[in-house]
Structures are given as C-alpha cells and as structure tokens.
Design a protein around this ligand. Sequence first.
Ligand SMILES: [Zn+2]
Ligand SMILES: [Zn+2]
Length: 162
Amino acid sequence: MTTKEGGCACGAVRYEVRGDPIFVNNCHCTLCQRQTGSTSVVNAFFESEQITLTQGELGEYVVTAGSGGPHRICRCPQCGTAILSYYPRLGRLGAGLRVGTLDDPGAFRPDAVIFTASAMPWVSFPEGIPTFEQSYAPADILPPERLARLMAMVERRKAGEG
Ligand SMILES: [Zn+2]
Ligand SMILES: [Zn+2]
C-alpha cells in the first residue's frame, strides 16, 4: 500500500495517508467556497484509520454542513490550515482529506466535479471528469471495491460507531 505525506502551511502538522481514496470530489458548493475563500475544494475521502498524524495535532472547528449536521473541520491550531473534515453522515469513521495539503497535491484525481450549479460563473470544468449540478449517488460512479469500502463505513455508522 502506498503512503503519501502532507501537512499544513506552517509545518507544525504533518500526516501520512495510506492507500487510495474511496472517492475524490471537487466541490463547488457555496459552503466550500466560503470555507476555502476559493472556487472550490478537493476532498479525498478515506477511512479515518488510513490517516495518521506524524507531527503536531489538530484543532476542531465546527460549522453546519449542507445537510444540517455538524461539519468538523480539523485545522492546524498554529496556522489555521484545514487538513481534513468529518461530516455528519459518517461521523469520525471517514475523513475528507483536503488534497491541496498533500506534498504532491496532484496525487489524487477527482472522480467527480459536484455542485456545478453554484460554481463561480467564470469557472470551466475539466474534460474527462463527470460533472454534477449537485451531488451524485456513489453507486453510479464508484467501482465495486470502493463502493464496498464506503458501504462498510455506512454499516459501522448505523451500528453506532463514529
Ligand atoms: Zn500549521
Ligand atoms: Zn461543498
């Protein structure tokens, strides 16, 4: 299993992530725009145990997710760089890693460009990556092995974990 490394802007927080993501979204929703101050975010979703902090620690900052539940953004407490997020659906079982914090930010290619309906009007979308006006059903685009990893987390969450 390959390991990739990343960290925050000031260098206090470093992490390792093992293996391939379950899915990668490039999200242009207005919440992501506000949280990043930019056009969109690129999040790679992993089982949380695939991500290990190797230096420093993360502070949690809670905002309201689009679904209404708590979206926990984990940031370097010193420089504020957002490293990963926990979303209401999977709790702390699954983490959305901000791909731009990888030492090689090109390592994970998005599976989907989502919430294009609210993209900034001058943004153009990449060829060869599916686009969705809002979201998509994971079963529609994920290969079976990755869908199975997602469903395993959904089942653990239903059983009360996370
Ligand atoms: Zn930092
Ligand atoms: Zn978003």
